[in-house]
Every structure is written in structure tokens, then in C-alpha cells.
Ligand binder design. Structure first.
Ligand code: GRF
Length: 216
């Protein structure tokens, strides 16, 4: 069975969705850069090996990333899954896992890269918001897009309400993208774009949770 490694820094709700998804893969380890990440408890409860590599104990990004790669590689994972892993990664680390490391970002990229995406979406007055799964490249939040899920921004939404609506879709989208990868259908093509085999163009890599968008 293929194995995957999940990297977290906090709550771990996407990790929880991945664990519940019944993937044909073993989550070989969950690694956090923060000792207090709540997601570690989720992993332990599921009998999954955990490790903490506290970035504050390293002199440089390079040293941290080297230790992280060493830890990851002991498991020979098919895929490295960033699930709320709040670290900027060095180019060397990113290159090492090119085409086999993915991330989920809480916006419809390329809009709202970086932090505070829900607040910025509200400030901008967008009517549609969502989340994106993408391959990781050294372009922060700019890697090739694999799949997106869209949600409406509703009158009266505050940051918490919008975040919750997006998070619900994250929990659907991320396990789906991981499943495609494990099935060998999802690859990073030589032209630098994510390629999903066996899918009608665009048909499966967009989730629109609204059955009737006109009815909003
Ligand atoms: C999610 O919103 C994800 O999109 C972003 O960080 C958050 C992590 O949440 N990258 P959780 O730790 O998975 O609950």
C-alpha cells in the first residue's frame, strides 16, 4: 500500500477529513512544526505515528527543511500532503518533492494568496469564494492548480461564517485530490500544469456545492 505523510501546524481538521476518507493509503506519519498543534492528538487517536520538528530549534530555514526531508524520507511516501502547514519552504525542499507534494489554500487562487483570505475576500466584495488544491512549487500559493471548490459569499457573512462554508468544501476537495493522486490519475505534466487523467475536461476538478446557483 502507498503511504502518505501529512504536515500540519495547527487544528488539523483537514487531516481529520483525510483520515475519515478511507483512502487506499497508509498515513505513515503526521509531522508538525509546532508542539502544540491540536492535530497531533487526532493522529495519535488514530494510532498514527507523530513527530514534532520545532522550527524554532533550527538556525536556518535550510537546516529545518533538511531535517524535515530526512524525517519524511524514512517513510518513502508517495505523496507529501501539506494540511495547514504554516511554513515557507526552501526551493531545495520544494524541488525535492516536485510533483508529489500538494497543498490546500483557502481561496480561489490566484486570488488571495497568503493569509487572512476570508477577511480579504469580504473586503473585496467578491460574490464567489472557495478553496484550491495545488501542487507545491517555490511560487508561494502559486503552484499548478489541481482542483477548486466554490462557495457563495452571502449577505451578512462575517469572516467566521465564510471560513466555515469554505472549510466544509476543503474537507471534500482535499481527500478527493489525494485519491486521484493515489490512483495514478493526477500528475504534474511537463508543461507545468496539473493533469487529471480519465476526466472530461474540468468536469471533476471543480466542486460547486450549489445545485442551482441561480437560486441564491
Ligand atoms: C485551512 O483553511 C487550509 O486551507 C489552510 O490552513 C487551514 C488549515 O486548517 N492551508 P486545518 O488545520 O486543516 O483545520
Amino acid at each position: 500500500m502507498k503511504s502518505i505523510i501529512v504536515l500540519i501546524s495547527g487544528r488539523g481538521s483537514n487531516l481529520g477529513a483525510i483520515l475519515r476518507a478511507g483512502l487506499q493509503a497508509q498515513v505513515a506519519a503526521v509531522i508538525s512544526n509546532r508542539p502544540d498543534a491540536a492535530g497531533l492528538a487526532l493522529a495519535r487517536a488514530a494510532d498514527i505515528a507523530t513527530a514534532v520538528l520545532d522550527h524554532r530549534e533550527f538556525d536556518s530555514r535550510e537546516a529545518f527543511d533538511a531535517a524535515l526531508a530526512e524525517r519524511i524520507d524514512t517513510h518513502v511516501p508517495a505523496l507529501v500532503v501539506l494540511a495547514g502547514f504554516m511554513r515557507v519552504l526552501t526551493a531545495g525542499f520544494v524541488d525535492r518533492y516536485r510533483g508529489r507534494m500538494i497543498n490546500i489554500h483557502p481561496s480561489l487562487l490566484p486570488a488571495f494568496t497568503g493569509l487572512d483570505t476570508h477577511r480579504r475576500a469580504l473586503d473585496a466584495g467578491v460574490r464567489i469564494h472557495g478553496c484550491t488544491v495545488h501542487f507545491v512549487t517555490s511560487d508561494l500559493d502559486g503552484g499548478p492548480i489541481i482542483a477548486q471548490a466554490a462557495v457563495p459569499v452571502l449577505p451578512g457573512d462575517d469572516e467566521a461564517a465564510l471560513a466555515a462554508r469554505v472549510l466544509e468544501q476543503e474537507h471534500r476537495l482535499y481527500p478527493q485530490a489525494i485519491r486521484w493522486f493515489l490512483e495514478g490519475r493526477l500528475t504534474l505534466a511537463p508543461n507545468g500544469r496539473a493533469q487529471l487523467a480519465g476526466a472530461a475536461e474540468g468536469a471533476q476538478s471543480l466542486i460547486n456545492p450549489l445545485p442551482d446557483p441561480a437560486g441564491v
